[in-house]
Design a protein around this ligand. Sequence first.
Ligand SMILES: C[S@@+](CC[C@H](N)C(=O)[O-])C[C@H]1O[C@@H](n2cnc3c(N)ncnc32)[C@H](O)[C@@H]1O
Length: 185
Amino acid sequence: MAWMTQEIPPLVTELLNTGKLTSQDRLLDIGCGSGELALGLARAGIEIVGVDFSDTAILKAREAGHYFPDLRLKFQVGDFCDPNFRLGKFSWLIDRGCLHVIPDDQKQAYFNNAARGLSANGSFLIFHKSNLGDKNNAISLDSLKKMIATYGGQNFELITTKPYDFSEGKNEKVGFALYLKRSAT
Ligand SMILES: C[S@@+](CC[C@H](N)C(=O)[O-])C[C@H]1O[C@@H](n2cnc3c(N)ncnc32)[C@H](O)[C@@H]1O
């Protein structure tokens, strides 16, 4: 089963290995899907909440989580673009593949929730595809930077960007890893 593989991208493994992400952290996985990344991180000792607006995805994630009752791992159905979304405070946010499916008219609500949920100086890692299935219509890094400045500029500072391959080496689903810090509140 897919969830049996610990699906942690090398960039996140690096964060664990360098102590930037530790068992002291509380992490929210935005748009967690069926929970592979959340489960992998929980197995690495991180306290984690996965949220997704798909009942089916959360059901699958919870089923996988049931095999590991000792982990600090919860899955919650929720719309991250709902202005009433509340799940408390986190020191880390991770989004792999959710922001790039959020419609433009909901991006402000998304970033408002991210700002509300992230502690001062907290970290936010976004894996964003640059090619949403149409090779002639790739999203440039510049346009992603502009998008972050437009919707998140008041609350977040973009620290680093790196290329990221969603297809694990096949170079089919390319994108960027965007590392943001919450500005002091
Ligand atoms: C491409 S999948 C990525 C799933 C998972 N993060 C992964 O890496 O395998 C995008 C996920 O975002 C979720 N999603 C999209 N919009 C959302 C929203 N407004 N609130 C919560 N989840 C959302 C979808 O249901 C879907 O599970």
